[in-house]
Design a protein around this ligand. Structure first.
Ligand SMILES: Nc1ncnc2c1ncn2[C@@H]1O[C@H](COP(=O)(O)OP(=O)(O)OP(=O)(O)O)[C@@H](O)[C@H]1O
Ligand SMILES: [Mg+2]
Length: 335
């Protein structure tokens, strides 16, 4: 059955209509500018604005409304990995509420909690089990789902963005420890994957939009010129007398300093490990020169995610591939 994966970003709404599965076969990829700038409704007005936009998005692009898969932006999700003594599923289910109260900064009466065992030691020795907790505010999720119900959609999947992104990267057990930096427009999500397991995830409110703003201010450009200059010249110092690069650098370096902090945090917790690789995803991963610049700054291998590798189907030429990793991960989930 074909499914529709939807990734609502503050910059653009992205969707892939495909036969879902480990290797999705794509029927259509759609990306449109999000003129509302809203990724998640906070009240009735924003819900109806975004709902209307989505209704025409589905209508105009002839997208079916039966198996629609969604993500929640990492910024409204509280994700935590906890180490606790090994428990059976039943024991865990009665202990989880207390664990959530200790670890998730959302009051219990407002909390909607999902959890997943990441690791359970086989023998009852001193090893701890690791559990992933994902907390969201019930009201917020209800509002989000209600907005879709209004336009005739009963979502079949709602997960956090980083979970979809990690699935799209299809890590195997023997891959080097990797930091994923998903840089969108108004946010950057970071996660570290060690032995194919997520060690932590963190999100912050800066991304590509900050780079565009820097060009507007420094070079006196309007928003669309700044967007064009950013995409064409980026961090290439040979272009435009290096002016675009110079204007972008402080903002790019702010993002890099967040990445550096996350690497440091992981290494402090796991002194015998190193982060060997950085994978960039999200639209900003295509900034010219960003791979080389991060490589120079952090002395690690830097790659750009390519969620369409080995995938068949109609992929329009102008699509920003790394921006599509959320949608691809949603489609790769077996339901
Ligand atoms: N070739 C490019 N070079 C540099 N930046 C680019 C390029 N293409 C797109 N971008 C930037 O990527 C961002 C859009 O990426 P993406 O689609 O991942 O964001 P989003 O999902 O809409 O935002 P968010 O998730 O932060 O709400 C914009 O800031 C855009 O300017
Ligand atoms: Mg996004």
């Amino acid at each position: 059955m074909p499914a529709v994966a939807l990734d609502i970003g503050t910059y653009s709404i992205k969707s892939i209509h495909a036969k879902a599965g480990k290797v999705p076969s794509i029927q259509r990829v759609v990306e449109v500018f999000n003129e509302t700038g809203i990724a998640l409704p906070t009240d009735d007005m924003t819900a109806s604005k975004l709902g209307e936009l989505l209704d025409s998005f589905f209508g105009d692009n002839d997208l079916p409304r039966n198996d629609v898969r969604l993500t929640l932006p990492e910024t409204v999700v509280s994700t935590k990995i906890i180490d606790i003594p090994p428990l059976s599923d039943a024991e865990l289910s009665s202990a989880i509420g207390w664990q959530a109260e200790q670890n998730i900064p959302i009051p219990p009466e407002e909390l909607s909690l999902e959890y997943q065992v990441l690791y359970r030691p086989e023998k009852k020795d001193n090893a701890q089990m690791r559990v992933l907790l994902v907390g969201t505010r019930k009201k917020m999720v209800e509002k989000y789902v209600a907005m879709f119900n209004e336009i005739g959609i009963e979502p079949t999947l709602l997960e956090t963005q980083m979970i979809s992104i990690i699935r799209s990267l299809q890590f195997t057990l023997d891959e080097p420890t990797t930091l994923i930096a998903h840089i969108g427009s108004s946010s950057m999500n970071l996660a570290i994957i060690h032995k194919s397991e997520m060690k932590f995830v963190i999100s912050q409110m800066n991304g590509g939009q900050m780079l565009t703003k820097a060009l507007e201010v420094s070079l006196g450009l309007d928003a669309s010129q700044a967007e064009q200059y950013k995409r064409s010249y980026g961090l290439d110092g040979d272009q435009f007398q290096g002016k675009v690069k110079d204007a972008l650098l402080p903002a790019v370096n702010m993002l890099i300093s967040e990445i550096r902090k996350s690497v440091q945090f992981f290494v402090n917790q796991n002194p015998q490990e190193v982060v060997q690789r950085i994978v960039l995803s999200g639209g900003t991963a295509l900034l010219p020169g960003i791979v080389q610049h991060i490589t120079n700054e952090l002395s690690v291998e830097v790659l750009v995610s390519s969620p369409f590798t080995g995938i068949e189907g109609e992929i329009p030429e102008n699509v920003n591939h790394p921006a599509m990793s959320v949608c691809m991960g949603l489609l790769q989930r077996e339901l």
